[in-house]
Design a protein around this ligand. Structure first.
Ligand SMILES: [Zn+2]
Ligand SMILES: [Zn+2]
Length: 391
């Protein structure tokens, strides 16, 4: 199938895709709780005559399988979960659930994949097998929703896998990707500094965890500046420190949390090892105890297969009105990385920024929204890649 034909069909169903997106947007569900969304997805796929399996990997994982008549197998993935954010967009279809919002655009991902499924299911002669993976809990950051679905077998026999992510950083309709590392490995840490509290006027009789925490925060930035190659992307942020109750009391303990982002496993190993050494040494120097924990199951680096991505970018250039660009890597994490460990493929950003419409807020903001004009480009991209790579 060629790009123009798919694009024409995407325009025909554009209103339907927007309606689906808005319906999902109104009813956002947090990670692992995507019950209504999963039901909506399964019902819609069934209405297209597509084979559906529900409860795949976790209760809310949905797999649709389109059995085309050609030979290859391509997987397309959308994530379905929302975030604990109170929506402030003022849109008529804003979240009806206080404190929960589709602030990362997973509503758009789900709607676009349903749109692509609509088109692909009409052209069985021109495609191979297409697996439609609707995964829960991308925002979980630990085990996530991808891994359980992979363990349930959704990637068995898959030749290529593709996924889109809407991105406020690119103008509406832009498709941006790159071969190699595109998103980071996000490691989360928690450090507990255990000192000995006492009177604020007599610090020499205490082991002050507030002072020691401040030394640790500073010392940790030496990893970036002194230990990692300056040409390697690297972020270390201490994002919370909790300690103490009152101006004249030195507390017993302090707890710090934060994140480390890397694009390269060697850099990651160096950083994690050095992190432990620095925290331990600073604590030892001042007589405190410490406990360092890293969240298990950090998402791996998201690595696009270079040849597949090059070919995908050439194919996407034929979509009317779409601009295809090479992107810089982004330091966010993604469990699409786990699909890319099982098959060749690409993760692709879809620009949804539109300054004229005031759509300028970043992903995860309470004012985040997407320019819905970009949805037909996303639908076309997914259907086109599935068709070209499975035949
Ligand atoms: Zn997100
Ligand atoms: Zn996301």
């Amino acid at each position: 199938m060629d790009a123009q034909r798919i694009y024409n069909e995407a325009r025909e169903i554009e209103d339907k895709v927007i309606e689906l997106r808005r319906k999902i947007h109104e009813n956002p569900e947090l990670s692992y709780q995507e019950y209504e969304t999963a039901k909506l997805v399964a019902n819609y796929l069934r209405s297209l005559g597509i084979d559906v399996r529900e409860g795949v990997g976790t209760e809310t994982g949905v797999l649709g399988v389109i059995k085309g008549r050609r030979s290859g197998t391509v997987a397309l993935r959308a994530d379905m979960d929302a975030l604990p954010v109170t929506e402030e967009t003022g849109l008529p279809f804003a979240s009806k659930k206080p404190g929960v919002m589709h602030a990362c655009g997973h509503d758009a991902h789900t709607a676009m994949l349903l749109g692509a499924a609509t088109i692909l299911s009409r052209h069985l002669d021109e495609i191979g097998e297409v697996r439609l993976i609707f995964q829960p809990a991308e925002e979980d950051g630990g085990r996530g929703g991808a891994l359980p679905m992979i363990e349930a077998g959704v990637m068995e026999g898959v030749d290529y896998v593709f996924g889109l992510h809407v991105m406020s950083g690119y103008p509406s309709g832009t498709l941006a990707t790159r071969g190699g590392a595109i998103m980071a490995c996000p490691d989360s840490f928690r450090v507990e500094v255990v000192g000995r509290g006492g009177h604020g006027s007599a610090p020499h009789e205490t082991i002050d965890p507030v002072f020691i925490s401040a030394m640790i925060v500073n010392a940790l930035q030496g990893i970036r500046s002194r230990q990692i190659n300056p040409l390697e992307p690297f972020v270390l942020s201490v994002t919370s420190i909790h300690s103490g109750t009152k101006d004249n009391i030195i507390p017993d303990r302090a707890v710090m949390e934060g994140t480390i982002r890397t694009l390269n496993e060697k850099v990651r190993e160096t950083a994690l090892k050095s992190f432990r050494n620095i925290v331990k040494s600073v604590c030892e120097a001042y007589g405190a105890e410490c406990l360092v924990q890293f969240k298990e199951d950090a998402y791996p680096v998201t690595v696009n297969d270079p040849d597949t991505t090059k070919r995908a970018m050439e194919i996407l250039k034929d979509i009317p009105g779409a601009e295809v660009k090479e992107t810089q890597p982004v330091m966010g994490g993604e469990d699409f990385s786990r699909f890319l460990q099982r098959a060749k493929g690409s993760f692709i950003f879809l620009g949804t920024r539109n300054e004229k419409k005031g759509i300028v807020y970043p992903n995860h903001s309470s004012k985040f929204t997407v320019d819905e004009d970009a949805l037909k480009v996303g639908v076309t991209a997914l259907a086109l890649l599935a068709s070209k790579f499975s035949s």
